[in-house]
Design a protein around this ligand. Structure first.
Ligand code: NAD
Length: 367
């Protein structure tokens, strides 16, 4: 008897159902070849859940997601739900899933496939293949915040006009657990970790730097460097091929991972993972949204979701299955297959402009 995995699938809204269906089709085909059984359970979240239950994240979705080995998500949101109350907006489902599954590490690879080397807006970027590990549940987005009215006395005794504040705060435990994920990941890759902080100004950053320095001693094979975030923003553009694993706080990671996505080029190509305390069940999803402008037209690029499924299987320990899927994607690109978002790449070669279904079939044929 081969291995068996229970995968919760949340198609969501917009192109979500099209791209998750494509990813599951590829995953099933690849798993069958390896004698692995994939059992899927479809769950509702986002606008899809609002339409059925009146809320973006039903308890049943959280419970079933928790009971699964991993969760594959399409995307949520769209203009249909733009005017609902903030508390029941589709996007709340993502925050609720992160909280419900205790997901504290967001992992975003930035890869430019050789076959899509024109996708990067950088001139001669070299080989781009790095991962940003972003802390997801601490820092300034979750710290104490508030406002003082004009004339209020502030804690330091002064009185100013109206004041608003947010606080960056991290515990040793929160920092160490995300650093560990970064160092372990680096051990499986090119063995380099870059910590991004603002240790010349922020006290919390100095703790990040000190803890990362200590942890680096436990990984003597891993090359370790620290960069101030302003410098890191420059170096990502200046020498993107020199990075392997970048680890950073919630705020800096939010900004740098979007910068990295742009450096890598097409939004329809990039997968992501969010991991929790025991690693699983993690949440795997493309970095793009629900693309309401192309829904139902067979135009969506499913490759980011297919690569998210590959990332999911690698995190579950199925390295070979994951590599099979990634290689099939590379072969498909090398064969000239392009959805409309990436037709501009490597123009002039033997390019076949195709839709969601045809490129999915090509990936399966290339397994
Ligand atoms: P988007 O990523 O959905 O779309 C931006 C542009 O990229 C659009 O032109 C779209 O057609 C194109 N695009 C995106 N994915 C594509 C793909 N796979 N193939 C081909 N083209 C693709 O971002 P947006 O337009 O800002 O947001 C649309 C909706 O998605 C909003 O409701 C937003 O809140 C939601 N959203 C959800 C998530 C998520 O579920 N994690 C993330 C971002 C945005």
């Amino acid at each position: 008897m081969g291995k068996k995995y229970n995968i919760a699938v949340i198609p969501g809204d917009g192109i979500g159902p099209e791209i998750t269906a494509a990813a599951i089709e590829v995953l099933q085909a690849a798993a069958t070849r390896k004698g692995i059984e994939i059992i899927t359970k479809e769950l509702k979240a986002g606008g899809d859940a609002i339409d059925t239950f009146g809320i973006p994240l039903p308890q049943e979705t959280i419970d079933s997601a928790k009971a699964s080995d991993a969760v594959l998500l399409g995307a949520v949101g769209g203009p249909k739900w733009d005017n609902v109350e903030p508390d029941i907006r589709p996007e709340r489902a993502i925050l609720g899933l992160r909280a419900g599954l205790g997901l504290y590490a967001n992992i975003r690879p930035a890869i430019v496939f050789d076959e899509l080397k024109d996708a990067s807006p950088l001139k001669n970027p070299g080989r781009i293949d790095f991962i940003i590990v972003r802390e997801l549940t601490g820092g300034i987005y979750f710290g104490k915040n508030g406002t003082y009215q004009s004339g209020d006395r502030l804690p330091d005794g002064t009185v100013k006009g109206k004041v608003a504040f947010d606080t960056e705060s991290y515990s040793e435990g929160e920092i160490n657990r995300i650093l560990k994920i970064a160092f372990e990941l680096a051990m499986k890759r090119r063995k380099k970790v870059t910590l991004v902080d603002k240790a010349n100004v922020l006290v919390s950053s100095r703790m990040w730097r000190s803890l990362a320095g200590q942890m680096s001693l436990e990984y003597p094979e891993v090359e370790f460097e620290s960069l101030y975030v302003d410098n890191a923003a420059m170096q990502l553009i200046g020498r993107p091929s020199s990075f392997d694993v970048i680890v950073t706080s919630n705020l800096f990671g939010d900004i740098l991972s979007d910068e990295a996505g742009q450096i890598a080029g097409s939004i329809g190509m990039l997968p992501s993972a969010s991991l929790g305390a025991n690693g699983m069940p993690g949440l795997f999803e493309p970095i793009h949204g629900s693309a309401p402008d192309i829904v139902g037209q067979d135009k969506a690029n499913p490759l980011a979701t297919i690569l998210s499924a590959a990332m999911m299987m690698r995190t579950l320990g199925e390295d070979e299955l994951s590599a099979d899927i990634e290689n099939a994607v590379k072969k498909t690109l090398a064969g000239g297959f392009r959805t409309s978002d990436i037709t501009f790449c490597n123009e002039g070669e033997n390019i076949k402009s195709v839709g969601t279904k045809e490129i999915t079939k090509a990936v399966i044929d290339n397994l």
